[in-house]
Design a protein around this ligand. Structure first.
Ligand code: GTP
Ligand code: ZN
Length: 322
């Protein structure tokens, strides 16, 4: 056995499996298969874990050190604050929760959708506050292109004070979450906390020592958190929600401008049909995408707003190259 191999193999006996359920700067909260939670620190720079990561860790007193990250199925990128990227790994779904009020940014919605598509994670859009009839109707109309391109768009009313007698849409949403690991994203005020509280009657907050230890770190801002939702477990599959604060600009730096159209289903369906094989779909003659762009949904299959956002993102991603 080579020296390197021996080093790698040596600690295996003491290694235990765990799931990262919160990440605070450099340290993580790891949950063991029997439900115990402990603080772990990464061994070296390489093992920087994100929420959703499966890890192998080793006990060091009351805490642990993360010795190895298991291979990720996917990794969702987003920009947390300037230059700080935060991620979640191994997701089945991304739920984008927006609301009739405050008015949502279509550009942010597109970014979240592109980020999900790039990692082949199924997005679900939920439009909350259906009890606010007029703004809801308007917002629902704005989402018409997203329904047309095949995304699931669910109407929702999470307001506990709502007098709605018909279905509030929560059951339909829960049916989508059952047995899945879902990252919940949404702008401030869309109802994210209301949703989490509704699905998790008992707040799964750390108490006592762990809470103190976590808060002693420099980065004490609320961060991405993993919650189990046992009420929604199905056929032996556990259900999890990952709550992620804010809905700021998404870091799409990992996407090449030429990859962008692949991540937008309304544009994607025309790829390969343009006159030029390296068409950017911005101005070229004989472009199959541009031929479908219309302000009137009845005459074209790509909304002018979507194409405008595509052009903005294309330019932005192109500028980041150098
Ligand atoms: N009318 C109406 N109000 C709702 C509904 N769902 C939530 N709200 C209200 O919208 C406000 C924002 O809800 P939150 O759950 O705090 O939103 P959030 O996304 O967590 O926002 P931040 O805490 O800022 O991140 C609260 O006053 C809720 O009571 C709904 O279906 N209808
Ligand atoms: Zn084209």
């Amino acid at each position: 056995m080579s020296k390197a191999k021996a080093r790698e193999a040596a600690p295996t006996a003491d290694l235990q499996a765990g799931l990262v359920v919160a990440a605070y700067g450099r340290h993580s909260l790891v949950e063991t298969p029997d439900g115990r939670r402990l603080i772990c620190h990464p061994r070296g720079k390489k093992n920087q874990a994100v929420v959703g990561d499966q890890v192998l860790w080793q006990a060091t007193g009351d805490e642990g050190s993360i010795e190895r990250l298991q291979e990720r199925r996917n990794l969702f990128y987003r920009q947390d604050e300037i230059r700080t990227k935060s991620f979640a790994a191994n997701l089945d779904r991304v739920l984008i929760l927006i609301a009739a009020e405050p008015e949502f940014s279509e550009s942010q919605l597109c970014r979240a959708l592109v980020a999900a598509e790039a990692e082949k994670i199924t997005p679900i859009i939920a439009l909350n506050k259906s009890d606010l009839a007029a703004p809801f109707a308007q917002a629902w109309e704005r989402l018409a292109p997203y329904r047309a391109m095949g995304y699931l768009v669910l109407p929702l009313s999470l307001n506990p004070r709502s007098t709605l007698t018909q279905s509030d849409g929560v059951d339909a949403l829960c049916a989508q979450l059952q047995g899945q690991t879902t990252l919940v994203l949404g702008p401030s005020g869309s109802g994210k906390s209301t949703l989490i509280n509704r699905l998790l009657p008992d707040a799964q907050v750390e108490t006592g020592e762990i809470s103190q230890a976590l808060n002693s770190g420099k980065h004490t801002t609320t961060n991405t958190r993993w919650y189990w939702v046992p009420e929604l477990d199905r056929a032996g599959q556990r259900t999890a929600l990952i709550d992620s604060p804010g809905f700021q600009e998404f870091g799409l730096n990992h996407i090449e401008p030429t990859q962008l159209a692949q991540c937008m289903p309304d544009l994607r369906q025309y790829l390969g049909q343009c006159k030029f094989y390296n068409c950017t779909h911005l101005h070229e003659p004989g472009c199959a995408v541009l031929a479908e762009v219309s302000t009137d949904e009845k005459t074209g299959t790509i909304s002018a707003r979507r194409h405008r956002i595509y052009a903005q993102l294309f330019e932005e991603l192109g500028q980041q190259r150098w």
